[in-house]
Design a protein around this ligand. Structure first.
Ligand SMILES: C[S@@+](CC[C@H](N)C(=O)[O-])C[C@H]1O[C@@H](n2cnc3c(N)ncnc32)[C@H](O)[C@@H]1O
Length: 282
């Protein structure tokens, strides 16, 4: 949900204290504006504590990460909108560790195909990875370009605007926290961008471990056949982003499992569909 400009100005004011589990606004606001700021902070999960020693909105978790991304994006995670929620730092750390993205291996090529404001892409680039991003939202794509030192940002729909063979070679790593309403489709599409000695780590709704429809069952089977893993995250893993969602990590390597993953080289081996121009030239 967008943060209205006047509320954004209050939250981004250098006098506003965003620290630990609280947001404190130590200056006067007109009553109508105060009420709207209060409503928004409550919607983000805060609770007003009026005791003299506190006088702040207190959250059940540290707020710096959530507020940093909210101020960068000019929007916040609301319980009414689950489209964007930045990966919390602990989960990002677990993903990067599983993916082996460390300062000790600089130069790994990484794709983040629904990169938001860079909660995964930023730390990966900071560790020396060469990070390509895709992001649908124009404003978030601009934030990525400005703040995350990416190799390249494509502003577009990952599922329809970006194809594996748009890239000359596969990526060493794909790390992602895709939109949850279409997470299976995003993960399946992302597999096509992996190189041969590569792996994907994705956050998905926890339903990936138990949902019985065909899409989920097939992806679970692929995880097993590829020698991959499903790892349940704590129920409150996304609380620091203001989101109440149960999640799991999905780990899929391409170097085990005897070529079961339809990765970049699989796409390269497929017969090329002749274009209209090719047919005319033939
Ligand atoms: C759950 S958020 C996660 C953001 C980021 N991956 C992170 O870990 O913080 C999902 C992001 O996917 C973006 N998105 C949604 N549909 C998309 C699509 N079809 N192609 C690319 N990005 C998409 C949304 O704009 C949002 O920023």
């Amino acid at each position: 949900m967008k943060i209205p400009d006047d509320i954004l100005a209050v939250l981004a004011d250098p006098r506003t204290v965003i620290e630990g589990d609280r947001v404190q606004i130590p200056f006067e606001l007109g009553r109508p504006l105060y009420e709207r700021v209060n409503k928004l902070l409550k919607e983000m999960g805060g609770r007003w504590d009026g005791r003299k020693a506190v006088r702040a909105h207190v959250f059940p978790h540290p707020v710096e990460h959530m507020m940093r991304h909210a101020l960068l994006a000019g929007e916040y995670v609301s319980r009414y909108d689950t489209g964007w929620f930045p990966t919390p730092p602990d989960v990002a750390e677990e993903i990067l560790t599983l993916a082996g993205i460390t300062e000790k291996c600089p130069g790994l090529t990484v794709l983040e195909p629904s990169a938001g404001t860079g909660a995964l892409a930023g730390p990966a680039a900071a560790r020396g990875a060469i990070v390509d991003c895709v992001e649908l939202d124009e404003h978030r794509a601009a934030v990525l370009a400005e703040h995350c030192r990416p190799n390249r940002v494509v502003r577009g729909d990952f599922l329809t605007d970006v194809a594996p063979l748009d890239y000359e070679t596969g990526f060493k790593r794909v790390i992602m926290n895709p939109p949850f309403h279409d997470a299976v489709a995003h993960v399946n599409h992302a597999l096509g961008f992996l190189g041969d000695d590569a792996l994907l780590v994705a956050v998905m709704p926890d339903g990936i471990r138990w949902r019985s429809d065909r899409a989920h069952t097939e992806l679970r089977q692929l995880v097993e056949d590829s020698g991959g893993e499903l790892i349940k995250l704590p129920d409150d893993a996304f609380e620091p982003s203001g989101a109440r969602v149960r999640t799991s990590l999905v780990y899929i390597p391409t170097y085990r499992g005897d070529g079961v993953v339809r990765n970049h080289s699989w796409h390269q081996r497929q017969p090329r569909q002749l274009s209209f121009e090719d047919l005319l030239a033939a």
